[in-house]
Design a protein around this ligand. Structure first.
Ligand SMILES: Nc1ncnc2c1ncn2[C@@H]1O[C@H](COP(=O)(O)OP(=O)(O)O)[C@@H](O)[C@H]1O
Ligand SMILES: [Mg+2]
Length: 263
């Protein structure tokens, strides 16, 4: 606290509150055969924060996410989610953990034979085990409204555009109000306008639900819109970290390769 801060009480300076860490990773390593993919991944994701990960393809960004949800086990390093060591969790613990973590896959897969309403009911009845139909209807309508697709409630995924399907996928992931969201290339394959809509929805979800998120993307507009913090992944490590604006000014050649078209 600054001494010149006139509004603060001189008697009881409250110590700077330490942010709550929801994911802690330190020195994570992961190899497949003799191919070292993750060499030294270290980061803390704070509650309510959007962290964007930039990196060329094949760098291990998706592998990192799979380690966080316990689908892959790191060879070395510390990895805790909500303070619990993921590698030591039982299948039941992992199930519980995955309820708190929303995972938007690259494809955002919906069930093709189910209507939009049924797709959204699925996590409520199967994961949260809700039975009160009025409550279910209300949550489905709210979630669809928040992605601007209430009109599409009785349609089949095949009746929707790629961007609309992505938005429904996002609504379906968010409907259980996960505390952490992991977005793996949420705007890949979408046109610039739809990409922007998705990026803005990601930002709205963060503000509305105080969600903590990791967003893997190549889309610099998505990074600009959503990121509180950007990390650059290269050769199995994070080599740079900062706000979008800070990294835009970087002299580092690899960082520049991402940001050179954004100014
Ligand atoms: N389950 C797996 N078994 C073997 N190799 C894998 C597996 N998952 C990922 N890899 C390899 O790890 C590397 C990083 O993959 P990935 O995390 O998908 O990269 P990206 O940064 O593009 O998301 C790639 O070379 C990929 O082939
Ligand atoms: Mg990937």
């Amino acid at each position: 606290m600054k001494e010149t801060d006139k509004n603060s009480s001189p008697k009881k300076p409250s110590p700077a509150k330490k942010a709550e860490v929801v994911i802690h990773a330190k020195g994570i390593k992961k190899a497949f055969g003799d191919k070292e993919v993750l060499k030294n991944i270290t980061f803390d994701l704070e509650k309510g924060e959007n962290m964007v990960v930039l990196g060329r393809s094949g760098q291990g960004k998706s592998v990192t996410i799979q380690c966080i949800v316990g689908m892959l086990k790191p060879d070395a390093g510390e990895l805790t989610v909500f303070g619990e060591n993921v590698a030591e969790m039982s299948d039941d613990d992992l199930k519980q953990l995955r309820i708190k973590i929303g995972f938007l896959f690259q494809s955002g897969a919906l069930y093709d034979s189910m209507t939009v309403r049924e797709n959204l009911e699925f996590p409520l009845t199967r994961v949260l085990k809700l039975t009160d139909q009025q409550d279910i209807d209300k949550r489905v309508e709210e979630a669809l409204d928040s992605v601007g697709l209430l009109d599409a409630i009785d349609k089949l995924p095949s009746d929707l555009s790629g961007g609309m399907r992505k938005r429904v996928g996002l609504a379906r992931t968010m409907i259980v109000k996960p505390e952490i969201m992991l977005y793996d290339e949420p705007t890949t394959g979408l046109d610039p306008i739809t990409s922007r809509e998705i990026s803005e929805l990601i930002l709205n979800m963060q503000k509305k639900n105080k969600t903590s998120s990791i967003i893997i993307t190549h889309d610099m507009e998505c990074a600009r819109i959503t990121a509180d913090r950007v990390v650059i992944m290269n050769d199995g490590e994070y080599i740079a970290e900062g706000s979008f604006k800070e990294l835009q000014k970087s002299d580092n050649k690899i960082v520049r390769s991402f940001f050179s078209d954004t100014i």
